[in-house]
Design a protein around this ligand. Structure first.
Ligand code: HEM
Length: 592
């Protein structure tokens, strides 16, 4: 008796006689067919067969992990296998082609899934798993359910903080994911020759649209990044100064108008409006007018809802992209951007904006990007540029208003560099604004807009790699969460958790021990690191310096009466970029 026949036809139990007229129905299970003189001991055999099938599936899916493209087929396979097994088993044993009894089907299903799940769970917590030596909570090693729950609530950043506090610099944060917060490993994860962006990044592209810079890797990324680097060169930034300036003046006017009509002003909202207006000028030369008209297209709530969905889906890269089928997933920005792209093509901008460089209007590239590719990157400009910078500015406002001594020192610096009547948007004086630069840096350290950033992946076909003393097999997702680095006293000390802009003022030469700060700049990752670090970091810094200078020269800010400012950081959530609740302030015009 060969093994296959043994599996499908049980021969171990003697049979009762069977009447041939019994041709089907569930009763056939109770009165089994006397086929070739054999009696199928199904209660035992079907469990054995289904169990082995479950194990085989684990092996199969372990080796060939399903992707979103074959997700439907994989699910169908898992759903049908126990049914087919029970049908085949019954048919082989009875000799008749007919439906198996429901008890048999039930046994096949329960055993199949139980063994499949048990085998997966045991493997994931066993010493045989390649990440077995990486510490982490057992529930996180077994499934993604627990981490997903935190991601769903926007608590990924605080989760990673607490996991690293408990388990050290390398933590297993999901069955096949680790988080590394060791400065010596930053190069191996994010540097050139490090790891490419992980599977999750596919969610950051427009559904069935072309790639944008954020979703690209390797040579195509390097080629596209060349265009971006031109768009962010010193000359290009000079071109953008007047665009920032005109929008910054609009912001001042809008806040002025608010002073006369409202007691408390939501700074978060006005910074959002400003940054969306400005970045859409730069991306498409079209421009929203949120500061004048409000968010008529509901773009901000739309963006945040979209990012929430994108982030959850990004943790499940094998699920098909359902964004197009769910109306609330579709960002209102896409249709607007399409119109703007067409418009921008018909009416070339008078200024060299970001589109000019991305479209290669100067004709410097052998292969020009397509209109769809430029459109995708222009949308990225608005999203990556507006949300992050607005977030950083909101964090800076909150930190300054909650540290009046820092606020005062900053205002004094601005008053000296830009005395009343002088132009606070004169970029040539930025090198003198040392305290402002330090405040911005410190705000980015304590509240980085992308506190977890995105995971990198050990490439398939690489044979695995070693990082931070651990061997990581192909496909492992590797996080390097900026905020965990920033709040590590080994990298930034003393007063690691406090807002101390002075730490960036090179205080080492001071004799006063209190003021000798240790800053490991390699551990400063607010703009990430390596070939895919933030393309717009210099623009972001310049924009923030300009906006803060004009606002602090023009107004006095304080938290509005009754605003529970201390609770503000607790209410931050993260869906790649941090979503910030309102900051209610009271504003008065300064009479210098
Ligand atoms: C304070 C403001 C900003 C912060 C904190 C910030 C942060 C970051 C981070 C952490 C990344 C890496 C993301 C990853 O690895 O997945 C990134 C990438 C990027 N950022 Fe920014 N960003 C800011 C402003 C801007 C601005 C103003 C622009 C201009 C459009 C911009 C454009 C980009 C682009 C295009 C990328 C993708 C780079 C690549 O993949 O090569 N960012 N940013």
């Amino acid at each position: 008796m060969d093994f296959f026949r043994f599996l499908f036809i049980s021969q171990v139990v003697p049979v009762r006689e069977f009447s041939p007229e019994d041709q089907g129905g569930d009763d056939s299970y109770k009165k089994p067919v006397n086929y070739r003189g054999l009696y199928p001991s199904f209660p035992i055999m079907i469990h054995l067969q289904a169990g082995l099938l479950g194990l085989a599936n684990h092996l199969l899916f372990h080796k060939y992990e399903p992707t979103d493209a074959i997700f439907g087929q994989a699910i169908l396979l898992l759903l049908l296998e126990p049914l087919v097994l029970s049908f085949m088993s019954w048919t082989y044993s009875t000799g008749f082609v007919r439906l198996p009894p429901h008890q048999l089907v039930f046994s096949a299903y329960t055993t199949f899934y139980a063994i499949l799940m048990t085998s997966i769970v045991l493997y994931r917590v066993s010493p045989f798993h390649p990440l077995a030596k990486v510490p982490g909570p057992i529930s996180f090693k077994i499934t993604k359910f627990a981490p997903l729950w935190y991601h769903w609530q926007g608590q990924q950043s605080s989760l990673f903080m607490s996991l690293h506090a408990q388990y050290g610099p390398v933590v297993r944060v999901a069955p096949n994911e680790i988080s590394v917060a060791d400065v010596d490993a930053v190069g191996a994860v994010l540097g050139s020759g490090g790891l490419p962006k992980g599977a999750a990044y596919i969610r950051f592209r427009v559904v069935s649209g072309p790639e944008n810079l954020v979703t690209m890797n390797g040579d195509p990324h390097a080629a596209r990044r060349r265009l971006w680097n031109r768009a962010m060169s010193t000359d290009a930034l000079q071109e953008y100064e007047s665009i920032v300036a005109s929008r910054a003046h609009e912001l001042v006017d809008a806040l002025d108008a608010q002073i006369s009509t409202k007691g408390a002003v939501d700074m978060t909202q006005w910074l959002n409006f400003f940054s969306f207006d400005f970045m859409s000028d730069l991306g498409f030369a079209a421009g929203f007018n949120m500061m004048k008209e409000g968010d008529v297209h509901k773009l901000w709530p739309g963006l945040h809802l979209h990012m929430r969905g994108v982030c959850i889906l990004s943790h499940l890269p094998w699920i098909p992209d359902i964004r197009n089928r769910l109306p609330w997933f579709t960002m209102p920005l896409w249709p607007i951007a399409r119109k703007w792209s067409a418009n921008r093509l018909r009416n070339p901008s008078q200024k060299k904006d970001i589109w000019y460089h991305l479209m290669d209007e100067a004709g410097l590239e052998k292969v020009k990007p397509s209109l769809a590719e430029v459109g995708a990157d222009a949308v990225l400009t608005v999203i990556a540029g507006a949300d992050t910078t607005s977030c950083a500015l909101a964090a800076l406002f909150w930190l300054l208003l909650s540290h009046p001594e820092c606020y005062k020192r900053l205002q004094q610096e601005i008053d000296v560099i830009y005395p009343s009547g002088s132009d606070p948007l004169d970029v040539s004086k930025h090198s003198q604004l040392r305290y402002l630069a330090a405040c911005i840096q410190e705000a980015l350290r304590l509240l980085p807009p992308a506190p977890v950033s995105g995971a990198r992946e050990v490439p398939h076909g690489s044979g695995g790699t070693e990082i931070a003393g651990h061997f990581l097999p192909e496909g492992t997702q590797v996080w390097a969460p900026p905020k965990v680095f920033h709040l590590n006293p080994s990298y930034f000390s003393p007063r690691t958790d406090e807002f101390v802009p002075e730490r960036w003022l090179n205080s080492k030469k001071d004799d006063d021990e209190e003021n000798v700060f240790k800053n490991d700049t390699n551990a400063f990752l607010a703009f990430s690191y390596g070939p895919a670090n933030c393309a717009g970091r210099n623009l972001a810094r310049q924009e923030m310096m300009m906006v803060m200078s004009i606002l602090l020269q023009t107004f006095d800010f304080r938290f509005a009466d009754g605003f529970d400012w201390e609770k503000w950081p607790e209410r931050l959530t993260t869906f790649f970029v941090t979503i910030r609740p309102p900051i209610e302030v009271s504003i008065t015009r300064r009479g210098l």
